[in-house]
Write a protein that binds this ligand. Structure first.
Ligand code: N01
Length: 537
């Protein structure tokens, strides 16, 4: 603790954690329960859960198999929590996170329904002043921002939006009270992960479902089924080994990834392999289980989409609708999976509106006018996504050394080291910040928080006041990230991955695409060097 006298209205703590999702909860656990620090945590939600607190829309469930979509830090927790489904629903994941909060006594550290408005570093005291929307001020030596990669909502403004007399909801701000959509005329804007789940859930029950699609995406089935008992036996038989396998892989999704390239086999073998993974289901599985070059080779990418295109045309009965659903883009967004998505368009009560050809002109009292047609609706669902990756960080005013704000530093793009720190902002750690790895998140959050815990412990042990990346470490990391991303196909397609979904946002690389195994090696190297090579202290 600092011995600098606090102002009377400022509460002194060792650390502030922002966020109550997977990453924030584990941060509180490590800092409070393991390192024994005095930790104040905040979330603007009314309770724990992070993304799973907010995303309560119909059909919301994880699209990562649950054996890797959970915490690993406590084997007893892993063994004792019994998941009912391979891709659990939002309610089950939220129950799990509530259980974790109670089991490790994390709730006591939180103040909910509180937005952190600013964090300002004071060079003299080497402490952060954290100000909330309740007018409170906290002084902390360490600051952990676990604010979510996909958390700041993207709510486009449509002309006449306020005139619409029905109900309107964004998927990521879904009401807590029951919203009954059965037998209603529902319009869904957006066909990303959120949109396809809502569409598949509502198509069988809505009186009429109108899907406003701007850009179709490649969707494969999830093939939802019970958790494979043999897999669970194997994990329980070698828990540490499985955990290591998850982390030291490319995507951390917990399945064996392919080591061979599609380019190295003939066309028939490629086709058969994609058919097989399509039948088995899963988005990342489809991209990474058959071959290792779908995200980097045009040949592999085309072979992958040929199979999906064939399935779309086989599944969707109306050829004109099928035509609209087949993307013209490369398969280089976050890979999607959902059961019964394309089948949703076979209901006579589902209408697909191509809003590229017939743009949404306005919202009216009764619904949405796209092109020349007014679609009458009782409910509009905005499945329009997020100001992803850097969005939530930039909604907090952040000021580091020499009065430099994060908003200024990141004006052209975000700059970080490992996606966890940014030069000039000492003792400020981000979990899954920009330029972090492109992976399944929960196991990687944990690995990052462990690294953060070690960095903080090291700072305390050597009696340093602050720890931060050197400018060179940050520059080298940025260069490595950009070189890696340039070798992939992802920059060639517009999506939240490169910022292109938000008007005015810099369209740049926001990720380390070199695979999680290599990413783990960078964190391990920092530890081995006792954070000596890269950091000023
Ligand atoms: O958001 P998105 P999301 N007019 O940005 C459309 C994670 N996630 O919430 O492509 C008309 O992917 C937009 O159209 P276009 C997962 O990582 C996971 O669906 O920009 N349309 C697009 O179709 C995922 O990748 C899970 O042309 C407009 C859609 O809205 C990430 O979150 C579940 C528009 C937005 O798609 C984001 O997914 C949910 C406009 N003005 C989310 N503005 C699971 O684990 C936007 N769109 C299951």
């Amino acid at each position: 603790m600092s011995n600098v006298a606090a102002q009377p209205d400022v509460v002194e703590v060792d650390a502030v954690v922002i966020g109550g999702g997977f990453a924030g909860l584990y941060s509180v656990h490590v800092l409070s329960n393991k390192l024994g620090l005095d930790v104040q945590a905040f979330d603007n939600a009314g309770d724990v859960g992070g993304t799973w607190y907010w995303n309560r829309y119909p059909g919301a469930r994880s699209d990562t198999e649950v054996n890797a979509y959970c915490y690993f830090f406590d084997e007893k927790l892993y063994r004792e929590w019994k998941w009912s489904e391979r891709y659990p629903r939002q309610t089950e994941i939220l129950s799990y996170l509530n259980h974790v909060a109670d089991r490790y006594d994390l709730r006591k550290n939180y103040q909910f329904s509180t937005q952190v408005e600013s964090v300002v570093f004071d060079e003299e005291s080497s402490r952060w002043t954290v100000t909330t929307d309740k007018g409170q001020r906290f002084s902390a030596r360490f600051l952990i921002e676990a604010v979510g990669l996909l958390s700041a909502t993207n709510v486009p403004e449509f002309p006449g939006q306020e005139r619409f007399k029905g109900e309107m909801y964004h998927t990521a701000r879904w009401p807590h009270e029951q919203v009954d959509l059965a037998g209603k005329r529902v319009g869904v804007i957006g066909t990303g992960s959120s949109g396809i789940q809502v569409i598949s859930e509502l198509a069988p029950i809505a009186e009429h479902l109108t899907v406003f699609q701007r850009t179709p995406q490649w969707v494969v089935p999830s093939r939802h089924r019970p958790i494979d008992p043999d897999l669970l036996d194997r994990i329980h038989g070698d828990y540490a080994g499985y955990h290591r396998e998850v982390l030291y892989s490319t995507t951390a999704f917990g399945f064996p990834e392919s080591a061979i390239s599609a380019e190295s086999v003939d066309e028939a073998a490629r086709h058969d392999a994609f058919e097989k993974v399509y039948d088995d289901g899963g988005g990342f599985q489809y991209m990474f289980k058959a071959f290792n070059d779908v995200g980097t080779s045009l040949v592999a990418n085309k072979a992958a989409t040929d199979v999906i295109e064939k399935k779309i045309r086989e599944t969707v009965k109306d050829p004109a609708v099928a035509e609209l659903l087949v993307p013209t883009e490369l398969y280089a967004k976050r890979p999607l999976c959902c059961d019964n998505y394309y089948e949703s368009y076979n209901y006579p009560t589902t209408t697909l509106v191509d809003v590229k050809a017939n743009p949404i002109v306005e919202f009216t009292e009764k619904g949405i006018r796209a092109g020349d047609t007014e679609y009458e609706l009782d409910v509009i669902v905005l499945a329009t996504g997020f100001d992803a990756v850097s969005g939530n960080q930039l909604r907090i005013f952040q000021q580091g050394r020499q009065g430099l704000s994060l908003q200024d530093k990141w004006r052209d793009r975000p700059y970080t080291y490992l996606g966890t720190m940014t030069a000039g902002f000492p003792n400020l750690y981000m979990v899954y910040g920009p330029m972090g790895p492109f992976t399944n998140q929960p196991p990687v959050h944990e690995a990052q928080v462990n690294w953060i815990g070690d960095a903080i412990q090291h700072t305390l042990e050597i009696g340093a006041r602050t720890l931060e990346p050197t400018q060179k470490a940050e520059d080298d990391w940025m260069e490595l990230c950009d070189e890696g991303a340039a070798q992939t196909l992802f920059p060639r397609v517009n999506s939240w991955i490169n910022g292109a979904n938000i008007p005015g946002k810099p369209v740049v690389n926001y990720f380390y695409m070199g695979g999680n195994a290599a990413y783990m090696d960078f964190m391990d190297a920092d530890r081995a060097s006792r954070f000596g090579d890269h950091f000023l202290t």
